[in-house]
Design a protein around this ligand. Sequence first.
Ligand SMILES: NC(=O)C1=CN([C@@H]2O[C@H](COP(=O)(O)OP(=O)(O)OC[C@H]3O[C@@H](n4cnc5c(N)ncnc54)[C@H](OP(=O)(O)O)[C@@H]3O)[C@@H](O)[C@H]2O)C=CC1
Ligand SMILES: CC(C)(CO)C(=O)C(=O)O
Length: 306
Amino acid sequence: MNEIQNVSLIGLGAIGAAYASRLYDLDPTCIRVVADDERIARYQTRPVVVNGRGYEFTYVSPRADTEAADLVIIAVKYDGLAQALVDIRRHVGPDTIILSLLNGISSEEMIAQIYGEKNLLYAMCVAIDAVRNDSAVAFSSIGRICFGELKNETYSRNVQLVKELFDRAEIPYEIPVDMQRTMWWKFMINVGVNQTSAVLRAPYGVFQTVDEAHELMARAMQEVILISERAGIHLTQADLQAFDAILADLAPDGKTSMLQDIEAGRKTEVEYLAGKVRELGKQYGVATPVNDMLYPLIRAIEAMNA
Ligand SMILES: NC(=O)C1=CN([C@@H]2O[C@H](COP(=O)(O)OP(=O)(O)OC[C@H]3O[C@@H](n4cnc5c(N)ncnc54)[C@H](OP(=O)(O)O)[C@@H]3O)[C@@H](O)[C@H]2O)C=CC1
Ligand SMILES: CC(C)(CO)C(=O)C(=O)O
């Protein structure tokens, strides 16, 4: 493969649709969306609209015979990940690069268990404020995709190929030297702002203006910083402040993905945020009282929503 020519994406939600639209704008034939028959029927009846423009993607059923993709992008949530990993089976060949945009630090491990680590890149997106309302996705900032191997002092062939694709599609990106640390930094952010926004039902504006909301968010993040020290990742207060700079630029009425889940009555990703913090806290002997409280609170809100 000299360049990435065909991309398969699974998960046409807030994040998936935002980045799929950029690939479609580059070349409508370079992107296929993997979806079961029920979803395909829905997308064909009500095409996905991104920032006011309708997109008629090429949809492929997981059962359809198809050639392997050069790149598979996974943009489902954790509750859909196990099924998505089955559904992409026919799109993954020996050279297919796999990139997961899920939050948290668990999805790559789950993907590697099935598809191995050879062509798996680490990834996450940040500073995107995409909101999904049924089939309509809107964002004022597309943010950037941070991706790479765990370490990127030099770029591997796969990193170079994805970099070139993102350049062509005008998808903003960053290739951190220490991708593992960057994944933990994003994990810290989501543990803080996603979970407290879900409990408080607070859009970003609340964290920009109400000190107590910001403090609650920061206290949840501190527990990740403490664990990261023991795990050899070494997040610092400067990492927390780096998120404040991002937060200041997010639309005040924008909402985290977890708040969107709560409002839509969907399952959240709490097991992979507070749940993971509690697991790591036990492993490294770090107390996690804030996440111990957030976990049952969010599970209770989910149950009340069901
Ligand atoms: N929203 C945001 O601003 C941000 C989100 N993230 C992270 O990105 C990930 C995706 O989040 P987000 O885009 O908000 O989630 P959404 O719920 O908006 O989108 C997930 C999409 O995946 C689809 N899906 C699930 N399973 C399958 C399957 N087997 N086949 C085909 N499609 C499937 C869902 O379809 P259906 O609706 O039909 O079930 C839905 O359209 C999460 O881990 C989130 O934490 C990261 C940064 C920002
Ligand atoms: C960082 C943030 C809050 C927005 O990009 C996010 O990752 C999310 O909403 O899940």
